[in-house]
Structures are given as C-alpha cells and as structure tokens.
Write a protein that binds this ligand. Sequence first.
Ligand SMILES: [Zn+2]
Length: 273
Amino acid sequence: MSGRRLAKRAGRSLGLAALALMAALLVGCAHGGLEGEGEVTLFQVSTIDALMDGAYEGQVSLAQLARHGDLGIGTFQGLDGEMVALDGRFYQVKADGRAYAADPALKTPFANVVRFAPQRVLALRGTMSLEELCQAIDQALPSPNLFYAVRIDGDFAYLKTRSVPAQHRPYPKLVEVVKQQSVFQFNQVRGTVLGFRCPAFVKGVNVPGWHLHFIDQARDAGGHVLGLKVVDPRVQIAVASRFVMVLPQEGEFMHSDLAVDRGADLKQVEKGR
Ligand SMILES: [Zn+2]
C-alpha cells in the first residue's frame, strides 16, 4: 500500500471515529450519560440516620441550598418544622401546620433539592390512595435504581400531614420527637405533593422509596405526607442520575453512631400514625 493511500484510509477511519464519538455524545445527552451536562443532580445535606440520631444542628443556609435546587424537602435548625421548596421558594411548615416563608439565613441539618426539570408527565386517572399513587408512578419508572424527583399537582379529596416542634439540646432521637408530632387533616384541598423516590441502596443515607411533603395552593399549610386520597393527579417526574451529599464537620454528626441499623425506627418516623 502506498503512503498516500494509507493516509487517505486513516483519514477516512478518523472521520468515522469522530462521527461515532459524536453519536455517542448525542445518545449521552438524550439518555443521561455519566458525564452529561444536562443531568439532574440530587443535592443532599447530611444523612437521614444522622437526623434520626439527633443531629439537628443546621449546616447549610437556605440561600446556599437554593443554589443547588428549586424543588425539595427537608427540615430546619433544631428540627423546627418540615421544609417544602417549590418553584424556588422555601417554606417552613411549623408544628402549628402553617407554612411560613422561610428566612434564607435559616440553616438546615437535612435536606434534598434538585433543579426540577421534568422529563415526563403522567396524567393518572381515578381516585387513589398514597400507596396506589406511589405504585402507579413506580410502574411508569424505567428502573428502581435511580433517584426521581416528583411534583404532583391535584385536587386532594383527603390529605394527612404532620410536622414536628423545634427541639433543644440535648437533642432527643427523631423516633422520640415524632411521638409529639402534630397531625393535620385536609379535606377537598388543592395543592402540590412533592419529593423524592430513592433507590433501596440509599438505606442509612436517605429514605429508600418515597418521601413526600405537601403544600396547599395558597402556600399557607402543608407538612410531611402520611396519607392521601387524590383524584386524577398530574405527576411530573425528573430522573436524577447524579447524587451529591455534603456532610457536617461539626456538631452531633461528628459523634453520631452511624453503624447502627435504624431501618425499623425510620419506618415509624416516616409513616407515622
Ligand atoms: Zn418528611
């Protein structure tokens, strides 16, 4: 083979390689490559087990948290209520059941947020309970092994939420605090349920399965969802294939025993009464 012909052939295969690479990049963008720029990242402060163990010291301000997402859930310094972040606004649902605009300087000991860019909309039909709603969404998901952020807007025939009162040092464990939780019941309320579905492998780090909070349309009541009945919900879903966690470097977290299995306590804390 002459040198010229070789160069020509090499040039052609380089061209093909470049094309193949471009195709891979395009597929990466469409389906979520490991390094894709357009990916949704779940940003988390601390771990659920540290919170369970009483690490209630705020770590990240809401102003800082807002740089990582506009939709999310969590709690506040001293466990002072349930957090709802929606459309970039942060609400604090206190133990009186009312939602207050949260001070951007307020810090959170545990929270999850995403920049919510839904890739999928499900218009579900019928009346469904919390379990039925979660099952219906589960069936539409491509895999149980990714993170999902959801926003569910609808008319809720019934909704049961809770919030918790602010705690003081020495902080009791979360399973003790929820014994004094306030429970709120809503009938015929319009609003938004939002939160996350995490894979089973986050056990100890986050809540495996669903964790949802609610805020009503007037943005003045809400809480951690314990039960509901919803009619024809509209579900927006974002797949999050990236997970970033920031850990405290001070406070109770430093001495918390995070080798203990707190699965049974977590169930009690999450499902409540
Ligand atoms: Zn919650």
